[in-house]
Design a protein around this ligand. Sequence first.
Ligand SMILES: Nc1ncnc2c1ncn2[C@@H]1O[C@H](COP(=O)(O)OP(=O)(O)OP(=O)(O)O)[C@@H](O)[C@H]1O
Ligand SMILES: [Mg+2]
Length: 164
Amino acid sequence: MHTVKAIYPGTFDPLTNGHLDLIARGAKIVDELVVAILRNSDKGTPLFSVAERLEMISEAVAPMENVSVTTFDGLLVDFARQQGAKAVLRGIRAISDYEYEFQMAMMNRKLDPELETLFMMPAEKYTYVSSRLIKGVFRLGADVSALVPPLVVERLKRKTAAGG
Ligand SMILES: Nc1ncnc2c1ncn2[C@@H]1O[C@H](COP(=O)(O)OP(=O)(O)OP(=O)(O)O)[C@@H](O)[C@H]1O
Ligand SMILES: [Mg+2]
């Protein structure tokens, strides 16, 4: 039988409802979806450790039976090949995402012509949600409970309480 496995790579610092929306959409069209946390991102010091992010995502995707979570480092194309994945899932929120995502997709195609990139759009209500913005407004006291899963709200509160 012909099955399609896809990788959804990102930093997920932290997981948002936008990410979850994309995961749910992706899981409907592929047989197996692997959410892959990039261990060495060039985004600077993360708020949540890789272990914390792995825990949060695992808990959030537990009800989705064809979704799993792992971490990776190095080239995405190498990781995808190692996983036997045929596709990479990425999200496009707005035109502003397009240029970067297009370049990445083309570079990955150059590195591995067999690997396809699938782009999906989230629900409109999540088109402005990013991890960076969530952290920014939460720090200033905003209620982000409509934009991230409840378990992420809890973790954000604990971080703040711990002075992190
Ligand atoms: N709200 C969202 N809707 C759809 N796709 C999203 C959303 N947030 C992130 N993505 C997509 O998920 C993938 C992983 O993104 P990433 O880990 O950078 O999340 P992010 O929210 O953009 O975080 P950061 O603000 O740290 O960049 C990218 O393809 C990104 O476009
Ligand atoms: Mg981003």
